[in-house]
Design a protein around this ligand. Sequence first.
Ligand SMILES: Nc1ncnc2c1ncn2[C@@H]1O[C@H](COP(=O)(O)OP(=O)(O)OP(=O)(O)O)[C@@H](O)[C@H]1O
Ligand SMILES: [Mg+2]
Length: 274
Amino acid sequence: MKIAVAAVKGGVGKTTSTFCLAAVLSRMGKRVLCIDLDSQADLSAAFRCECDASNPNIGEVLNSSRREQRSLMKKAVVSIEGWADLITPGSQLDHYEKEVEKGIGSDQRLRDALDAISSEYDFILLDTPKGDGLLTRNALVACDQVVVPVQMEWLAVKNLPRLLQKISEIADRLNPDVVVSTFVPFQLRRTSFSKRSYQDLCNWDATPHLPFQQAPIWVAPPVNDLTLYAELSEAGVPIYEYPGVEDKHIEPFQKLADYLEQQRCASLEVSHAR
Ligand SMILES: Nc1ncnc2c1ncn2[C@@H]1O[C@H](COP(=O)(O)OP(=O)(O)OP(=O)(O)O)[C@@H](O)[C@H]1O
Ligand SMILES: [Mg+2]
């Protein structure tokens, strides 16, 4: 199953979600590939994987012909020992993005590239940059499900219609089966202000913004505002190995992983029945 972790807003927890989800899914024995679609390369840094110029990266893959993509994609995968696989953005993703934008089928190139390797993984997690630019659009076209981290602050749901509108357009034209599966409340504080944002999200009706989607959006258990989550990417270790982490800190990501695994099994059953 291919999952885009996306939000129009920056700094809301996309990379942290991807990093923690990858750890928990791997611990469950799932085969996981993460693709870092952000030129900031925060996810690659968290995995301690510098952009190695000798390795093909996602920018090069997207900018190559469909025939070349297949072999490049396999070469671009870096195995992070005992954990997940990763494809880095490379140091020239911005340059490639401009090149790809000019080309034919620019929104669909990641989807084509993933065909080469998707059967090798149970989960492919796409960490997107902020905004709804070309790389985010590629992720939304390529994915089966979208997971949306939402920061529990003032006007938490304000930016959601823009993202859902973009996904609806993509569902209409390019990816009719895409499902917005989950909102992940992020950085929940003890303040009444933050708690109110959480209630707003739980009560928010996304239906008018997602005319193509029958299934409701699940609101995952909230991730609290805690320094340890911020420290994880600096430490570069899976969440369950970080000193001082307790089950309660892992639980939101474990529940999210369990939910996504259920969704994956259900979609496999549907495709077998066809
Ligand atoms: N639950 C949390 N508690 C405290 N800090 C957090 C939490 N989750 C993430 N952070 C910190 O908030 C910042 C933003 O998180 P993150 O990088 O995951 O967001 P992002 O949406 O990927 O950002 P960008 O749009 O820049 O890619 C980071 O410094 C991260 O360490
Ligand atoms: Mg990020």
